[in-house]
Design a protein around this ligand. Sequence first.
Ligand SMILES: [Zn+2]
Ligand SMILES: [Zn+2]
Length: 363
Amino acid sequence: MSSIRAPRKRPKKTSVGGDLSAPTPAQWAKMTSYGSFVVTDAQGQEVVFRLGDTAAVLPGNKKIGEALELHKYWVVKIMAIRGKNVLATKSRGTRGKGKSEYWIKIRWFYSPTEVSWRIPGFQAAHCSKYERIYSDHSELVSALTFNELLSVQKFHEDDPDQPRIDCDQFYTRYFLKTSSKQAQISSYILKTSMDLGHSVGCICGKPYDVNSAELFHIMHLCPRPRCRGFYHSCCLLEHGYWTRMTHPLLRLSNSPDTDEIPMFASKSSKYAARLPADLLLLAAQPMVRGAALDSLGLAGNCHDVTFARRTVYAAMQGTKVPDKWRDCVDLAAAVVDSHLPMLELDGTGEELVLMCPHCHGPI
Ligand SMILES: [Zn+2]
Ligand SMILES: [Zn+2]
């Protein structure tokens, strides 16, 4: 892969409106394509940026060397790399001579605040400072503005297998379409309401507020393939979506892989004794997320509980539980029931479990 080398320099870009000194479409068409480029960072280390990479670029109003927290950088995805006069530059050994020679076609990741300016009703306050909204807004920016590589993890809110997202990690759960007459925002969900015939969001219509540490704002996911909804516990309680907890393993009747009740539910007592108690405990946890459970990161414990339920269902079919299954989960964080409010029936003290509004399964 051929590379070009860009000197580190204060960017000319002054806003997300684009760089006025960027090549015209005709100039861009004549430039040579590259697979990567190199920038020397503030510590003198060379950083290689490649096609497809996600990177932090210095905001136009910041000076090189100025201390800046990572979440304040602009975030881009590299779509194309082109240079002009590269051979001449190399032969002189001047590497650009103060003039930007290399231009990168990028797609912007918007900040939540920027999206709130374009989408009426979009509340930036429900997003973390590391949240970015990927877009189809493409521009040319100078290679000189690139600061460092970073990863932006995709957050599928309806995915029972969603891997962990740390609270100080960049992530994206929405896509912003800017090419249409009016900007539109959509969620990165695996199944749309068209597929399911119902919305995957809470009955209140409010999104997952990753900053709310309110215990009753914790969201419960129904993992069933025809459901995949996530609901605030306060909304489920308010609308009467609860039932009696008739068995400690009741939630195992809710599988991420079938809308039917797995065989385990009807034979649970007989088989449970053969399985590790901590595996069963994990499998029977509610799938939850929320800032009140910050040790789980933003995506909650769904991934680990899904793993445990699948392991239990497989054991039911005769598959041996892997010896090192505990290495695949964060058992201490994912077992959450002691951190959740105890739900009891008034007067009787009978334990309650929340119920999916769609399939009425225990969640
Ligand atoms: Zn709600
Ligand atoms: Zn359901």
